[in-house]
Write a protein that binds this ligand. Structure first.
Ligand code: NAD
Length: 378
């Protein structure tokens, strides 16, 4: 067995999701490289110790710089909020560490470009956690498109809807609420939610040439948890945009945290000349598929339960008919990253690939401000 000694920075939602993936992967995927939970890093010693004990980390650090200095760490996993991604990633690359970084890659394109330059100069393996690509039904959508089953693609539409920031007295900033503070998050739903939709979209349907967006901040001021003052809200609460893909297809994307009744409704639908595909995160193990080549009397939307051994990743899990869930997309990402190390190949999405999503997000935000179509310079 070859070990990959991992140091995870941040022990919140993603710290847990990734730790679970590192612990699980070796039980289901036969890959020579296996992760070792070497160190957990967080600023609060008591909390990071409790986290390390719960998840089985061998040691803790309270300063990420110390973690980077350690010779027994091969890979740094950045699970902090967005405003730390760039600084940590550049330092980690300089220290010669492999990097697994949470999405969005950075606060903005300028930071993202520096991060790409740093990992490419250091020649370290790198990947960004756009995990929805590795939900088996989504991976299967990619296979169907690549096999040409849809033919020419005309339409792509995606939504990511939530409802958790409607209350006007919800504060911004700090633990749990950094997503509402533009200085910690970079943007609102665009970088947080639409970035996922964009990553999936460009993976499935190729690059986006131009966008036209509208954004809104429904609650203009919120109490800031750190300053204790009422401060302007700088993030986009909602964003809808039109896009033109390089392959000629048209797209509509929408995301909001004000869609009462929706918690994490990520859906996409793709309409091609011969067939259409639809997927819904709330039913993530199913892929909806309509094939116009079916006999006309039998034509209709199929709901494929993506649980057979021939479906992506599913031969590694249970028996046909038994489904897996959200957390497994992270296990798959770790498995693919380890397989990439075996083969000495980069695994998507690399920092460079995630920079494309960052550029589209930035074009969307620019268009939201100006009201004009904005070209995406990739
Ligand atoms: N891939 C996904 O589906 C997905 C889902 C949620 C979040 N994310 C991304 O993951 C990242 C973290 O989000 P989260 O929901 O886990 O946030 P969180 O608030 O639950 O956790 C953030 C963690 O980072 C720690 N942290 C912050 N600054 C630090 C520093 N300087 N040194 C050490 N630790 C530090 C915090 O203490 C906390 O433990 C964000 O970039 C977010 O966009 C991705």
């Amino acid at each position: 067995m070859k070990t990959l000694n991992v140091g995870v920075i941040g022990y919140g939602f993603m710290g847990r999701a990734h730790s679970n993936a590192y612990r699980t992967v070796g039980n289901f995927f036969d890959i020579a490289h296996q992760p070792v939970l070497k160190a957990a890093c967080g600023r609060n010693e008591e909390n990071v110790k409790a986290f390390a004990e719960k998840w089985g980390y061998e040691s803790v650090e309270t300063d990420w710089r110390k973690l980077l200095e350690r010779d027994d760490i091969d890979a740094i996993d950045i699970c902090t909020q967005n405003n730390f991604h760039c600084e940590i990633a550049i330092a980690a690359a300089k220290a010669g560490k492999m990097i697994l970084c949470e999405k969005p890659l950075a606060m903005n394109v300028a930071e993202g470009e520096q991060m790409v330059a740093a990992v490419e100069e250091a020649g370290v393996p790198n990947i960004v956690w756009y995990n929805y690509r590795r939900v088996p039904a989504v991976t299967m959508a990619k296979q169907l498109i690549d096999e040409g089953r849809l033919g020419k693609i005309y339409h792509y539409r995606a939504q990511f809807l939530q409802d958790w920031t409607i209350a006007e007295d919800l504060p911004q900033g700090g633990a749990g609420l950094w997503r509402l503070d533009v200085n910690e998050a970079g943007s609102g739903v665009t970088g947080d939610l639409l970035a996922h939709c964009i990553d999936t979209a460009i993976w499935l349907n190729g690059s986006i040439d131009k966008v036209s967006a509208m954004t809104e901040t429904f609650v203009k001021e919120r109490m800031h948890n750190i300053s204790g003052q009422v401060e302007k809200v700088g993030i986009d609460d909602a964003c809808a945009f039109l896009a033109r893909f390089a392959n000629g297809s048209l797209a509509v994307f929408e995301s909001t945290r004000y869609a009462r009744g929706h918690k994490a409704l990520y859906t996409f639908e793709i309409n091609g000349e011969h067939a259409s595909i639809a997927w819904d995160l709330h039913d993530l193990h199913r892929l909806s598929y309509f094939d116009h080549k079916d006999d006309s009397n039998l034509r209709g939307w199929r709901s494929i339960h993506v649980t057979d051994g021939e479906h992506p990743y599913m031969d590694k899990w249970w028996v046909p008919g038994l489904q897996i869930g959200y957390e497994h997309s992270f296990v798959h990402q770790v498995a693919d990253f380890l397989q990439g190390l075996e083969e000495g190949k980069p695994v998507s999405p690399t920092f460079r690939e995630a920079l494309e999503t960052q550029k589209i997000c930035e074009a969307v935000l620019e268009s939201g401000k100006s009201g004009a179509w904005v070209n995406v310079e990739c």
